[in-house]
Design a protein around this ligand. Sequence first.
Ligand code: FAD
Length: 317
Amino acid sequence: MRVIVVGAGVVGLTTAVSLLDAGCDVRVVADATVAATTSYIAAGVWFPTHAGPPGKVAGWGRRTLEVLAGQARESVPGVVMRESLALYRQPPGRPDWAAAVGRIREAVTAELPTGYAYGLRFAVPQAEMPVYLPWLMGQVRDRGGEIVPQHVADLAELSGAGVDAVVNCPGLAARDLVGDQSVYPVRGQLVRVTNPGITLSVRDEFHPAGRAYVHPRASDCILGGTLEEHRWDTVPDQATAEAIIARCREILPAVADAKVIEHLAGLRPGRPEVRLEESTLERGSPRVVHNYGHGGSGVTLSWGCAENVVRILANAD
Ligand SMILES: Cc1cc2nc3c(=O)[nH]c(=O)nc-3n(C[C@H](O)[C@H](O)[C@H](O)COP(=O)(O)OP(=O)(O)OC[C@H]3O[C@@H](n4cnc5c(N)ncnc54)[C@H](O)[C@@H]3O)c2cc1C
């Protein structure tokens, strides 16, 4: 089967690799450099966030965790298992994501910062995107796929001699490319800082002043964050950045020793539910499978969704 994948973010590239592994001929077309994608600025931590529907997200997430954990074991560039602490002011119960993560324990008092009575300790995969995305591009090319710079104004323009299927992975741009008005931006602002020796990811999803997370990487640290629905601007806001740093210091005091490297903001591809389904263009045109709208979980759901695309094209789903 000859397949064109639109998009070279984490969703398009993992889809391309999975299709190549299934024996397809694959060409990826993308209108932005890898560093200009939303995927590039993602914190890259496995953690289901702002994506639906819950049942499918659980399945895609579980499978992606397995693949990423395997990649961490094989020392794939940029992929590690990250020791993590989720903080709570109220008893957390058993969160939805816990089933996929497996081994979780309650944090002991000595592990909790001031103001917190509860915490959960676990390890999840983390992919350092400026390293992992180029590795994924290399995997596409190593398997004989090509990645071509091209803007697609209409999926119909990809119908052509010998193209059997188009897989549509344009992220937020699905709003323009296929006129899907249910896709909307969920803005996220981050602060990239030096790493003063932090090895533990710490997060408070329910901080009263907004989300707070600290994700250490090999040579820096990502502080977040915000989830601002329907906000389009990607210019980092100074007051927001200061508030993020203050919250992060609360959840992990060692952040006080970090120096700001840069401020970042990106737009998650929000949608009430991930669109992963086949649709038709017109008679005689290639098959089309959509794979977009992963919200704050593009990395978290990537491999599970990619394999689902393969099953759809193999008529096995
Ligand atoms: C601040 C922030 C933190 C995040 N942290 C995490 C996290 O820790 N874990 C997690 O799982 N997720 C996280 N996310 C979410 C994640 O980044 C997204 O869900 C993911 O990047 C979506 O990937 P994508 O490949 O669908 O889209 P994108 O990365 O936006 O890629 C879209 C691709 O499509 C191409 N394209 C679009 N339109 C066209 C067109 N018309 N013609 C040709 N090419 C086209 C683009 O060039 C690009 O290559 C975060 C997001 C933000 C903003």
